[in-house]
Design a protein around this ligand. Structure first.
Ligand code: MF3
Ligand code: CO
Ligand code: CO
Length: 253
């Protein structure tokens, strides 16, 4: 899992300078796909089964009001956009999963704030982790941080997840505490993701009926997300997907 996280983070460092105005999201997907295969690994998203159809591309790219699972296509990024790139790769059978939201050019204050809020939410949750803690400490930390500082909507329909030799496994890692999260615990040796999705307005979302994947905010206001894959150790959490050149804890957007 350390090797998988390390490669996935290397891929994020590779793609970051390409996420710029003027580039089509399917061009980014092609770069992700080719870099992954060139290094002997697999993109986990490509062909991942969905309710309606398998995911058709090698990563998720979610722009502005898209909450998650955006399908790379012919949309050309432009200044003022916020764009989440969510990368998942399979390295010798083990999965790494992470995402970052990028701010393109000059953006509205709400775009900057929702991006900052999602980033800080991820780290507030990581800091709440202790060996054998309840999964609920994650949602408790995020909801309290967001309501005290922003009043934004924390998405509850889509959740983080256990991860290992398959993409999504138990336990669910909700960003708003639910009943299950008070009985599930994070023991040393477990790997899981934390991936808060924060909406400027309503936490509710609608999945595109035609493509079966693209999730948009119900009020079409902005959404941002960050994700890391984390290993719980005997001495606390270890982030497996730390990048060399991406935003680090405490970063100000
Ligand atoms: N990477 C997403 C996650 O964080 C899942 C994407 S599934 C896909 O769990 F099929 F849309 F790629
Ligand atoms: Co994930
Ligand atoms: Co992901």
């Amino acid at each position: 899992m350390r090797a998988a996280g390390r490669f996935n983070a290397q891929l994020m460092d590779f793609i970051r300078p390409h996420v710029k105005p003027g580039v089509q999201t399917e061009a980014l997907d092609r770069l992700v796909h080719d870099y992954t295969l060139d290094h002997g690994h697999q993109p986990a998203c490509l062909g991942y089964p969905g309710e309606k159809s398998p995911f058709p591309k090698s990563c998720c790219i979610s722009v502005n009001e898209v909450v998650c699972h955006g399908i790379p296509g012919n949309y050309e990024l432009r200044p003022g956009d916020i764009v989440n790139v969510d990368l998942t790769t399979i390295v010798n059978g083990w999965f790494g999963d992470q995402s970052e939201t990028f701010i393109l050019g000059e953006v509205k204050e709400a775009a900057r704030r929702v991006t900052q809020c999602a980033f800080d939410s991820l780290y507030v949750a990581i800091e709440a982790l202790r060996p054998d803690c309840q999964v609920a400490v994650i949602g408790e930390a995020i909801v309290s941080f967001v309501s005290r500082n922003y009043g934004f909507g924390v998405v509850d329909k889509y959740v983080g997840h256990g991860i290992g030799n398959c993409f999504h496994q138990r336990p669910n890692i909700p960003h708003v505490p639910n009943r299950q999260a008070y009985s599930d615990r994070l023991h040393p040796g477990m790997c899981f993701t934390i991936e808060p999705m924060i909406n400027v307005g309503t936490p509710h979302s609608i999945c595109d009926r035609k493509d079966g994947w693209t999730v948009r905010t119900a009020d079409n206001q902005l959404s941002a997300q960050f994700e890391h894959t984390i290993l719980m150790t005997e001495s606390g959490p270890e982030i497996l997907t730390l990048t060399g050149s991406g935003p680090q804890k405490g970063h100000q957007f």
